[in-house]
Ligand binder design. Structure first.
Ligand SMILES: [Zn+2]
Length: 372
């Protein structure tokens, strides 16, 4: 089960903490309190190490948050929507809804995070110079933060998609070739190569008896699946580019009168006609739409007493596109609003319905035909 909590809002972006984040927060604090601080400041006591470590860990994740904010603010400036930034076990991730429109925007957005990390790192290092001989604990803490920010910047610049460096690589190949799909393919390939490298180093470390190798295996595995997923998303987008609602929609929707009971809808219409979506009509006029999923929202013992009118999605609330809307827009609509289907209407007449399942089936058919 995944849980996350909203801890605040910055520039209209929800800041969330995933439950898995507590694991890494604890691990880092534990490592700092039992090894880093006792080694760097041997003359202090146990409780002090824990207090300063809890604080240092918090500042590490504040740095991660600032890195993600840098990406997000650039994205917002470019006209994208950023819903949230979530801190989780592997760091932070910003939910940016639109894919970059051109190579230059992508480049700027990707490089912003590492640049800010480098800036923070240098800032902490300079601060630590001022603290030399003034306050030892603060000095040790600040130089640790400096180091972490530099590492954060460098690691993110590894040229494997979907890391920042991979996005930078993609934007450059995209700029040169003009082909987003090809650029993503190359960046994703390099991302997978890096993930295998990380996994190999991790396994090597484990064989040497160091359990920290597990961590590298974990990160490598995560990057691998993200690289594959990122490529598939782009593939899907480009394939949907020259497809319209007309191609994707399921046509010939059956109608049902609004005043029939839900029980009748199930027995007579759904089970007999083997359909999942019906247009609700009264006096020949379309009033809304009813789907199998709407029926599941009411208990079975209410089926005999509830009208279809009461459970339908009224026309005003239906998500509507026209038959010439392109596939990419439809997919984005389905995904970003988390809705089950969009309806295709030309003027007042309903032409069909499209669910994400319909898009997947279409893509499946297309890719099988492409193989031939
Ligand atoms: Zn980044």
């Amino acid at each position: 089960m995944r849980h996350s909590w909203r801890i605040g809002r910055i520039a209209g972006i929800d800041i969330n903490v995933d439950s898995s984040w507590f694991i890494i927060y604890f691990l880092l604090t534990w490592m700092l309190a039992t090894s880093y601080f006792p080694q760097s400041l041997p003359s202090y006591r146990g409780a002090f190490y824990w207090v300063i470590s809890l604080l240092t860990s918090l500042l590490v994740f504040a740095s991660v948050l600032i890195h993600e904010l840098a990406h997000s603010l650039v994205a917002i400036k470019q006209g994208d929507t950023v819903r949230s930034i979530t801190l989780f076990i592997l760091g932070g991730v910003a939910q940016i809804t639109e894919e970059p429109k051109d190579p230059v925007s992508e480049f700027v957005m990707a490089i912003a995070g590492p640049l800010v990390s480098f800036f923070l790192g240098s800032f902490f290092f300079m601060l630590s110079l001022l603290l030399l001989g003034v306050n030892d604990p603060l000095l040790v803490m600040i130089s640790y933060l400096g180091l972490i920010n530099i590492i954060l910047g460098v690691f993110n610049l590894l040229p494997g998609f979907p890391m920042d460096g991979g996005r930078v690589l993609r934007s450059i190949v995209w700029k040169i070739t003009g082909d987003l799909r090809k650029a993503t393919q190359i960046a994703s390939f390099s991302g997978r190569a890096f993930s295998f490298l990380l996994i190999s180093i991790g396994i090597f470390e484990i064989l040497q008896g160091s359990l920290s190798g597990l961590w590298l295996v974990f990160i490598g595995w995560f990057l691998h699946s993200a690289a594959v997923k990122g490529y598939h998303q782009v593939l899907m987008r480009t394939r949907l580019n020259n497809v319209t609602a007309e191609d994707l929609m399921v046509e010939d929707l059956k109608t049902v009168p609004g005043h029939v009971k839900v029980q009748e809808l199930v027995d007579v219409h759904i089970l007999k006609k083997k359909e999942r979506v019906f247009i609700v009509v009264d006096n020949g006029k379309m009033k809304g739409i009813v789907c199998l999923e709407d029926i599941k929202t009411i208990p079975r013992d209410k089926w005999k007493s509830t009208d279809v009118n009461e459970i339908m999605i009224p026309r005003e609330e239906m998500e509507i596109v026209s038959s010439d809307t392109d596939g990419e827009t439809i997919l984005a609509k389905l995904m970003s609003r988390n809705i089950r289907q969009v309806f295709v209407m030309d003027g007042n007449s309903i032409r069909g319905v499209i669910s994400s399942g319909d898009i997947q089936r279409y893509m499946q058919l297309r890719s099988e035909l492409d193989k031939k």
